[in-house]
Design a protein around this ligand. Structure first.
Ligand code: ARG
Length: 433
């Protein structure tokens, strides 16, 4: 199309919207659905307090009232959860929801982005049915995460609310690059590799243009890649500063993949909102994160699954060896950071292990220093704060989305109850009962 034609097309689209509104078709406007949930026990995620026999009133996709004194007006459909413990829908701040590994070489050489795209919705539903009504997805190829988020938002497929990072921003030869193969091997598709400030800025603009809600920075080496170390920094301070500055200009936050001691500090100094993994953090790093209010999102269940399964999936020994180097230290350092008062948000790296198992990390967080109430806060109020969605998700309060789950027992006594979520509502719609 020439420029005139493009202009005409744009004008046409704005003047003649192709879908007619209800008013135009004369269809009667449907009243929003009204639902009352009777909660046997209700956990207030903010305080950890438990209320018995409370009602939650829902109109459309939002909560309008909550408490033991709330009476149910006429015309409300009642959902009886009097034998259950009710709490806000859970939030996983570190997922790769579009795929999960089957076999190392098959995944690299035989699975196309289209294969990934057609199955992504399966994992979205599993995640939702596990009680995770919101996720922050921190890296996917080919903007499949954007397409999935949009399809969920339109109501075309069932899945959690999503914030998506699109392509991870990494250096040549780094954790986000495909290393260990012939230099003649070339894959098509979009690349998240950028070196130097200018390339970084251009890549971030490209990601924002195409739907990124946040930016994922690969600050250090990692485990599930073939570069040599787990923790070496992979961008200079200047480059990391540029990532955060550029993201900020577009109103985006930055999540930094960082296992290594020095790279963690560079990322925190640059002003990232969260450190992902944080495995080899030292006391100075802990102090810096505390001072700046940087969140730690540590995937401390992952090690169990990788060591049990990844050899069977054909992962090279050097990768399994890297996992052995960081697994336990990461958990000890998580405990140290949590005890020191670093802000903790729940994030699991689901997609390394099967989607729908997101709740398995709660038990590890309790084993490594949190109370069950703090672990629940990490996956609700804290996670909402990290996402910038305070008061919208992670709470059961008037004005928040009606994202509500229930379990049989008491997760404040046995946090593994959160691995067995029995009821899931998202935006006033029941997905599991
Ligand atoms: N995606 C991460 C990486 O490859 C997974 C790390 C898993 N290991 C762990 N101990 N958290 O670096």
């Amino acid at each position: 199309m020439n420029r005139k034609a493009v202009l005409f097309f744009i004008c046409f689209c704005f003047t003649f919207p192709l879908t007619l509104t209800r008013a135009q078709t004369g269809e009667p406007k449907q009243a929003p659905k009204r639902i009352a949930i009777k909660a046997g026990r209700l956990i207030d995620a903010k305080t950890g307090a438990v209320t018995s026999n409370a009602f939650i009133l829902i109109e459309g996709d939002k909560i309008t009232a909550v408490g033991p004194d709330v009476t149910v007006p006429a015309g409300y459909e009642v959902i009886d959860l009097k034998d259950k413990t009710v709490l806000p829908g859970l939030i996983d701040c570190h997922t790769h929801i579009t795929s999960q590994p089957s076999n190392y070489y098959e995944d690299i050489f035989r699975r196309s982005p289209i294969d990934v795209a057609v199955t992504a919705h399966v994992y979205a539903r599993r995640t939702l049915e596990a009680g995770f009504t919101t996720v922050r997805d921190v890296g996917a190829g080919e903007f499949i995460d954007v397409a999935l988020r949009n399809a969920i938002n339109r109501g075309d497929v069932a899945g959690p609310r999503m914030q998506v990072a699109t392509l991870t921003v990494g250096a040549t030869g780094g954790h986000g690059d495909l290393s260990g193969f012939s230099p003649y091997l070339k894959f098509g598709g979009f690349s998240g590799i950028a070196d130097g400030v200018d390339e970084i800025r251009k890549l971030i603009r490209f990601e924002v243009k195409n739907g990124a809600d946040l930016i994922k920075l690969i600050a250090t080496a990692g485990v599930l890649s073939e570069e040599e170390s787990v923790g070496a920094p992979q961008f200079s301070q200047e480059e990391m500063n540029a990532v955060v500055e550029e993201a900020k200009m577009w109103g985006r936050r930055v999540a930094a993949h960082a296992h290594g001691t020095e790279g963690i500090k560079r990322a925190v100094r640059a002003g990232v909102t969260s450190i992902e993994h944080g495995s080899l953090i030292d006391d100075e790093g802990v102090r810096m994160m505390k001072e700046r209010g940087t969140y730690l999102v540590a995937d401390i269940y992952n090690d169990d699954y990788i060591l049990a399964e990844f050899s069977k999936l054909g992962y090279p020994d050097k990768i399994i060896e890297k996992e052995r180097m960081v697994g336990r230290t990461q958990r000890e350092n998580f405990q140290k950071a949590a005890r020191a008062g670093v802000k903790i948000a729940y994030g699991t790296d689901a997609g390394v292990y099967p989607h729908g198992w997101n709740g398995k990390q709660f038990a590890h967080m309790v084993k490594w220093g949190l109370t069950p109430a703090q672990a629940i806060q990490a996956a609700t109020v804290n996670a909402a704060d990290l996402l910038g969605w305070n008061d919208k998700v992670g709470v059961i309060a008037p004005g928040a989305f009606a994202d509500i789950i229930a379990v049989d027992g008491d997760p404040l006594k046995d946090v593994t109850e959160l691995e067995r979520v029995k009821f899931v509502m998202k935006g006033g719609v029941v997905y599991k009962k």
